[in-house]
Design a protein around this ligand. Structure first.
Ligand code: RIB
Ligand code: CA
Length: 309
């Protein structure tokens, strides 16, 4: 089975970190690069978090810093959800690798140029870097096999009633991505708010007993604290669904839709409108086998030996 070359682009972020844990645990995926983007926290903080996560998980690939702000909008962070560091909670190892001298778009372009097979981009933060790559290197668009993104919500938003956080941070970037012609797999709130991991699952994960399992359980505890106050029965694991879409599509229910991003509008900026009145540009995940997803998480953390993989 030939492995899928992937670039992980995110704003870690507890759920980004768990998505990357799933990606590293999957024999199907070959992680070629990691790029940070500003979103949950500033680019400096998400970059530092990316380096520490790669060190913890044993992800051995170049890590590059993304753009310091959205394409046009002012930066917007989410300390209420992920804390001042962007990854509050368990102590993590200091980075064992140097940050690449290249910035995100340059590293992404290099990976695309050097890969024989088309590369999948797994983007779990705002689409800023992905859009910048498409704008700066149109000649490489055909080397992007697909973009599996966490973002949007056909039925509703979370940061505003209309808009989900990742899209709202950089709607212009999201519009560029959805209009690019590159196949998109969209894991929006429609599915990610059903990807609930309950406190009982946290304990199943912790009971696996290795270092990564303990850290993931602590990340879940921290991430759930914000959502428990909002009445959620569990932690909605948004970003990992973008990886599940690639390695366990059997757990998902999806529909081909045309998704259009609202970049104007006083009340609806950042909304993702899904319909079938134009040709589809995205496979939109709408449902998930929650129990199967929880089991998959437990299986993935079990692949990490003592220390990192
Ligand atoms: O709305 C959820 C998204 O916003 C997730 O990607 C989370 O990490 C935050 O970036
Ligand atoms: Ca994220």
């Amino acid at each position: 089975m030939s492995r899928i070359p992937v670039i992980l682009d995110g704003d870690p972020g507890h759920d980004d970190a768990i998505a990357w844990m799933l990606a590293k645990a999957s024999p199907m995926l070959d992680i070629r690069a990691v790029t940070s983007v500003c979103g949950n926290q500033t680019i400096e903080k998400t970059t530092y978090n990316a380096l520490r996560i790669c060190t913890l998980l044993g992800i051995d690939c170049p890590v590059a810093m993304g753009r310091p702000s959205p394409l046009l909008a002012e930066p917007m962070n989410a300390p209420s959800v992920h804390g001042q560091s962007g990854l509050d909670g368990p102590k993590l190892p200091e980075p064992a690798m140097e940050l690449s001298r290249m910035r995100s778009v340059e590293l992404m372009a290099k990976v695309l140029r050097e890969s024989e097979a088309p590369v999948t981009i797994v983007s779990t933060g705002p689409q800023t870097n992905v859009a910048a790559l498409l704008l700066a290197h149109p000649e490489l668009k055909n080397k992007i096999g697909q973009i599996s993104l966490m973002g949007g919500g056909i039925a509703h938003g979370n940061w505003t009633p209309a808009a989900e956080f990742n899209i709202l941070v950089d709607p212009e970037a999201a519009k560029i991505v959805f209009e690019s012609g590159v196949p998109v797999i969209m894991s929006g709130l429609d599915v990610t708010e059903k990807a609930l991991i309950f406190p009982a699952d946290f304990e199943r994960i912790r009971a696996v007993g290795n270092q990564v399992a303990g850290v993931v359980a602590d990340w879940l505890e921290f991430f759930y604290a914000f959502h428990r106050e909002l009445g959620y029965p569990g932690a909605p694991l948004h970003d990992p669904v973008a990886v599940v879409s690639l390695v366990r599509p059997d757990l998902l229910i999806s529909k081909e839709l045309c998704v259009e991003v609202e970049t104007k509008g006083e009340y609806c900026r950042g909304a993702t409108i899904g319909h079938d009145r134009k040709p589809a540009n995205a496979r939109v995940n709408l449902g998930i086998d929650r129990d199967g997803f929880a089991d998959f998480l437990v299986e993935a953390v079990s692949t990490y030996g003592e220390g990192k993989q």
